[in-house]
Design a protein around this ligand. Sequence first.
Ligand SMILES: *[C@@H]1O[C@H](CO)[C@@H](O)[C@H](O)[C@H]1NC(C)=O
Ligand SMILES: *[C@@H]1O[C@H](CO)[C@@H](O)[C@H](O)[C@H]1NC(C)=O
Ligand SMILES: *[C@@H]1O[C@H](CO)[C@@H](O)[C@H](O)[C@H]1NC(C)=O
Ligand SMILES: *[C@@H]1O[C@H](CO)[C@@H](O)[C@H](O)[C@H]1NC(C)=O
Ligand SMILES: *[C@@H]1O[C@H](CO)[C@@H](O)[C@H](O)[C@H]1NC(C)=O
Length: 490
Amino acid sequence: MCSPPIATSSTKQKPLPLGALCKAVAISGVTLLFFYIFLFDKSSVNYQLPSNLFKTLEESFPAATSPLRSSPPTNLRHIVFGIVGSMNTWKAKRPYIEVWWRSNVTRGYLFLDRAPTPEFLPWPSSSPPFRVNEDFTRLKGYPQVRKLVQVRIVRTILETFREGDKDVRWYVMADDDTVLLVDNLVEVLEKYDHEKYHYIGMNSECVKSNFDFSFNMAFGGAGYALSYPLMAAVATKLDGCIERYPYIWVSDFMLQSCLADLGVALTQEKGFHQIDLHGDISGLLSSHPESPFLSLHHLDTINPIFPSMNRSESINHLMKSAKVDHSRLLQQTICYHRPSNWSFSISWGYSAHIYETIIPRSILRRPLETFRPWVHNARAPLYMFNTRWPSNNPCEAPHVFFFESIYQNNTIEGRQIVTTTYSRASQRGLPPCSSSGNHSADFISKIQVQSLPAKRLEARGIDCCDIVYEPDINTAQVIYRACMDGEIIA
Ligand SMILES: *[C@@H]1O[C@H](CO)[C@@H](O)[C@H](O)[C@H]1NC(C)=O
Ligand SMILES: *[C@@H]1O[C@H](CO)[C@@H](O)[C@H](O)[C@H]1NC(C)=O
Ligand SMILES: *[C@@H]1O[C@H](CO)[C@@H](O)[C@H](O)[C@H]1NC(C)=O
Ligand SMILES: *[C@@H]1O[C@H](CO)[C@@H](O)[C@H](O)[C@H]1NC(C)=O
Ligand SMILES: *[C@@H]1O[C@H](CO)[C@@H](O)[C@H](O)[C@H]1NC(C)=O
């Protein structure tokens, strides 16, 4: 394939043989086109481009990003959630749903493979109302279907739509082991025009998972959003897609194929997390992309995200900071204490790291590879992002602290100051980084971070911080503030 970048660079730099070849092919293509038009023109066929072609195109494709300001801002009531569950796993997954579901506020349904057994009745109001998936064995394509459970999952989309909820702008689909950050979802979805077709989600962290299906597929465990008109369109097409692609054995890929046939591509939002990973994901959560944190999936295949707690406790704990300042949750802020040559990296509401040397932001923004890939024998490159290797070099290994508590105080000017405290996970067990002046951080046991509520990530921009720390005191204070011009570069 001759890609445009090669052809372009070959005009500027030393021409590469491949570039030259591309150019030659491109030129012959253009020649062919002229030739074709010339011939066509000379022929007796009465052919004319409609004079209003470009106008028509503009009218039918208005700028997709133009926000719809005539309607009130999107709120949580505009979203309907469709959650895929199953009776066998419900008991174990229930805590992951109830941590984000808000009775009488969030709208939506939990779809089950069969009716709840008496032990789960009466159905609690703290859980989403349940529905039982339709029997689809009368579907025309049914005998060819390769994996029945996946058809049940993908059909949950149209069954959610058929509930007929009113005043819906977005449908968000997720699994029963997905934790959603609903306030951040509202914040993100509000950027898009809900009256147009939108398919918003994220692919997997693992290259192999994307390679096996599609790099342009939203992974359903991470959750994804469909605008109302797209949902309405796909609901009429889905059974046809199942018939067309009976061999597709993964529901998310079925949907992606169906949407691609409708001409709809995925819009990526980096805050959705499929977590096709194993082990300790603290490295990833400590260098989260600069984007609102939207979801976390596969909680049962990873270690608890706080090492001193079990899985459901961990999620409940993280939600304590989400409640106070959801926009800031997991947003990474980096600052330096020059007298000690220390770098601080805070993932707000989750973790804090101290490095005993000055490490540039460009490096600290890469996740520490504390986790393992989803597939055991996968070959490099494993991940869709760059990582850093955990190291035993005392100048590279961080002192690790995890979120402990949060409180808000009114200051004299009436502004709310949020204080989060992070406590040391364990002793680092390494000598000091002496090349940096032998300033050990071993005796720091807590880090206190002060911030103002972020409100909205975009309005806030990037934060910087100052470190208030007296040698021999075991608590370091970090105070967030706006960055000064040019301060971003370490
Ligand atoms: C939700 O609303 C129902 C009916 O109005 C009420 O019985 C129930 O207690 C409410 N649940 C919560 C958690 O507020
Ligand atoms: C997790 O810990 C909490 C609190 O200690 C406890 O109530 C809960 O049963 C534990 N969950 C599991 C799955 O062990
Ligand atoms: C802020 O609130 C916390 C907990 O409510 C309290 O312990 C602390 O003394 C307060 N600080 C100030 C400066 O008021
Ligand atoms: C900080 O580290 C540099 C080397 O990276 C060293 O030259 C300098 O003396 C150190 N400063 C202090 C205050 O220790
Ligand atoms: C660091 O300084 C302490 C005294 O402050 C000294 O005991 C220790 O040996 C030094 N370590 C290194 C690696 O230089």
